[in-house]
Design a protein around this ligand. Structure first.
Ligand SMILES: [Ca+2]
Length: 192
């Protein structure tokens, strides 16, 4: 028979082990959910001022059209869900294109925020190329006046989501649980 002290000690150890497993699991699934939300930008776009977008980007290799809209997306954008501030700036001449797409975290007063990047084979050679979640995007936007549609399959993020189940973080965007291990937490996301 175990003494009461030893039983209490065992219960405490089991309780602590359970808490560690629970917290680790929470971080794991938070990161999988975050990865899942970054795979697509999709929704209805709306703007209070008239804008125009008729633009497509094929995996950063070729881009064609024009986009200039400041508004919101109702749907999923940049890993956020809901009614999200959105900016579309793009011009594509097939083998060369310049893009500036943003959701949520950008300065609406600064037309150069976020910094633009180049796409298309010639654009990629000249650089700067797309970074972070903008890598290997397959994007289509249409916005006429005050309303439009956006759909964007983000293939680097899709690969990150699939590999994420093995805990491999291809895009370096798994922030949940990092603060407790001495990581930089959300700061690492804004620093990208
Ligand atoms: Ca990830």
């Amino acid at each position: 028979m175990l003494s009461i002290e030893r039983r209490v000690g065992r219960f405490t150890q089991l309780g602590l082990l359970g808490m560690v497993l629970l917290l680790t699991g929470c971080g794991y699934f938070q990161n999988r959910l975050g990865d899942a939300r970054r795979m697509f930008d999709v929704g209805v776009t709306v703007s209070s001022k008239p804008g125009f977008s008729f633009y497509a980007d094929f995996l950063d290799i070729a881009a064609l059209g024009y986009a200039h809209v400041d508004g919101h997306i109702i749907g999923l954008g940049g890993g956020h869900a809901g009614y999200i501030p959105m900016r579309q700036r793009a011009a594509g001449l097939l083998l060369w294109g310049k893009e500036e797409f943003a959701f949520g975290e950008f300065d609406p007063q600064d037309p150069e925020n976020p910094a633009s990047w180049r796409v298309g084979i010639i654009g990629l050679i000249g650089g700067p190329g797309p970074y972070g979640e903008h890598i290997l995007n397959n994007l289509k936007v249409l916005h006429l006046g005050w309303i439009g549609l956006e759909i964007n399959g983000k293939f680097a993020e899709i690969a990150d989501f699939i590999l994420g189940w093995t805990t491999y973080d291809l895009m370096g965007d798994d922030t949940a649980g990092k603060a407790a291990k001495g990581g930089t937490g959300p700061e690492s996301e804004t620093a990208k």
